[in-house]
Design a protein around this ligand. Structure first.
Ligand code: ACO
Length: 227
């Protein structure tokens, strides 16, 4: 099984999976809007073990997560949103949905500095509620009455993504330590080291990104200043 980023060419298969698995269905252009606006956030699970009948056979997509960033967050906090998630019946309880969700959450933090992720789920959807609440740690924010077209209520759920940010920082710290102290004449001089650190700091400045998409937030980028 491969978990990889969604490509625009996967969209017909995802739409098919969505129609099979959920009553909430979307026009093709809505999938395309996700794939083109936030190409880092949506993933598919591909059954690569499936025998190909012809060399042109497309590997079977057995699950997907369709995700986005909230363009104009009402609370002013940068956050992601899970639009749709499903796994084909034949491939359930194998941990695929959990993996898809974790991949998307990681990308929300790494790419867009998301503070949390939100979603809506039917109050009767036992399997999804177990996944969100018990496996992934989502919390119910509120119940939205008659959220769905058939009149069913939705739980509005949220997961704070601070723990992913902490993991990323810890890994970065670990890598920095692994590099160890510089060796040789240059590295051994504390005054030289101070100078290099100051020069490195000078190279970093804050830049605004993604304003056009409504996902603007200050992120740190290494930008070499023009002399
Ligand atoms: N009953 C109880 N708990 C379940 C069930 C179930 N049938 N299925 C999954 N879980 C929970 C369990 O806690 C499980 O952990 P465990 O196996 O260690 O006990 C955990 O979820 C992880 O399970 P996965 O194997 O990763 O889940 P799966 O790949 O089977 O997909 C999903 C779960 C997506 C809910 C699937 O059942 C499905 O596609 N259902 C129909 C579509 C759907 O309801 N999608 C969610 C709608 S909400 C939205 O899209 C935002």
């Amino acid at each position: 099984m491969d978990i990889r980023l969604l490509r625009p060419s996967d969209i017909p298969l995802i739409q098919h999976a969505n129609l099979e698995n959920l009553p909430e269905n979307y026009f093709l252009k809505y999938y395309l809007y996700h794939a083109l606006s936030w190409p880092q956030l949506s993933y598919v699970a591909v059954d690569v073990s499936r025998p190909k009948k012809t060399p042109y056979d497309y590997p079977k997509i057995v699950g997907y997560v369709l995700a986005k960033m909230e363009e104009e967050p009402t609370d002013g906090v940068q956050h992601g949103h899970i639009t749709s998630l499903s796994v084909m019946r034949t491939h359930r309880r194998l941990g695929i949905a959990e993996k898809l969700m974790r991949q998307s959450q990681q990308a929300m933090v790494e790419t867009f500095n998301a503070q949390y992720v939100s979603l809506h789920v039917r109050v009767s959807n036992v399997a999804a509620l177990h996944l969100y609440r018990d496996t992934l740690g989502f919390q119910t924010e509120k119940t939205e009455a008659k959220y769905y077209a058939d009149g069913e209520d939705a739980y509005c759920m949220k997961l704070d993504l601070g723990f992913i940010k902490d993991q990323i920082e810890e890994e970065a710290d670990g890598e920095a330590k692994d590099e160890g102290e510089a060796v040789g004449d240059v590295g051994s001089d504390p005054a030289e080291k101070k100078k290099r650190d100051a020069a490195e700091k000078e190279k970093k400045r804050k830049v605004k990104v993604g304003r056009g998409l409504g996902v603007g937030e200050l992120v740190e980028r290494v930008e070499t200043k023009k002399e």
